[in-house]
Design a protein around this ligand. Structure first.
Ligand code: ZN
Length: 320
């Protein structure tokens, strides 16, 4: 825990390498869109469109660095060649005036990616992930009820970002006036990876959600980079997940790698397609099923029956 001082209404915090000294007029954001709130699997921020918020405290705890792992060079080369997977960002834990909960402020590193159009893509992925979380939560509760268990079971929520614009800034190089950015209702100092590159410890709820989202999309989308906070009851609060669409254009590096890979079998089964990068990613990130998966998609192993990720004996339009 760092040192916190009150100073003329300002708040100064020293946290390792990060020091912020803001007065209440120095960093002001205007909320432009709360579109990601409108999903039942979302944790809304409580912020309102057209509201101006004063950032009174800004920190960079080391635990937030994992938000940027997606944009490391070795990772980016294996993901689609598009904004959500390629545009690196800076993140801070912030507090705003008259708002009890902490938030994560995120802005693209490069100026040309600090646009409202780019931020709208961020909101759309979180909104979609939250809609999958809602479906998963409904399914989990019903499954628990049918099994005779209490339906008060761990759930998944997605921190719903709001789109903002910088109105006033004391850090114009990092947060220039007019730039678009996002605020997430997330106040923990750490973001933990749950499903990212296949090296994470197997966490059943996150893995079951990953599979369920692919299943309920008919194999058309994967909710990737599942990261955030595991709460005391086992529930997950996710922040900034991204959606991999089956028709995404992968980077050239990935395509070259995929061209020489050996077929590992999943391709035959998946509605994601026999040579789809998404099918390969599904296999890598979800190498085995959680017990919960078996209830909604018992046919993952039914390769020969062509049931695939959808679990339905119909084509999703992606399988060949
Ligand atoms: Zn599974």
């Amino acid at each position: 825990m760092g040192t916190a001082l009150s100073h003329c209404g300002f708040r100064i915090e020293h946290l390792g390498s990060s020091i912020a000294n803001l007065n209440e007029e120095e960093l002001i954001l205007e909320i432009l869109s709360t579109a990601a709130d409108h999903s039942q699997g979302a944790r809304p921020s409580g912020l309102k469109e057209a509201q101006q918020v004063h950032v009174v405290n800004l920190r960079s705890p080391p635990g937030l660095e994992s938000l940027n792992f997606r944009f490391r060079e070795d990772v980016r080369s294996a993901w689609p060649d598009e904004h959500r997977f390629q545009a690196s960002k800076r993140s801070w834990l912030v507090q705003i005036e008259d708002h009890a909960e902490g938030l994560v402020l995120q802005i693209a590193t490069r100026n040309e990616e600090r646009s409202l159009e780019a931020v709208a893509l961020d909101l759309e992925d979180s909104r979609l992930a939250a809609s999958y979380a809602h479906r998963f939560n409904l399914y989990s509760r019903e499954h628990a009820r049918q099994a005779g268990f209490d339906d008060n079971i761990p759930s998944i929520k997605v921190a719903a970002p709001v789109a903002c614009r910088v109105v006033k800034s004391h850090m114009p190089a990092l947060l220039p006036i007019g730039a678009a950015c996002t605020l997430f209702p997330y106040e923990d100092r750490e973001v933990k990876k749950f499903v990212f590159d296949g090296t994470q410890d197997f966490l059943e709820l996150a893995q079951a959600f990953f599979h369920h989202a692919a299943f309920s999309s008919g194999g058309k989308e994967l909710v990737c980079d599942l990261q955030g906070l595991e709460q005391e009851d086992g529930s997950l609060l996710l922040i900034d997940p991204c959606i991999l669409r089956a028709n995404a254009k992968m980077t050239m590096a990935h395509l070259l790698k995929g061209a020489v890979r050996e077929d590992r079998g999943f391709g035959e089964a998946a509605c994601l397609g026999p040579i789809s990068p998404a099918a390969e990613i599904f296999e890598r990130l979800h190498p085995k099923c959680a017990p919960m998966c078996k209830a909604f998609d018992p046919h993952r192993s039914s390769v020969k029956q062509k049931l695939g990720v959808c679990g339905l004996d119909v084509t999703c339009g992606l399988a060949k």
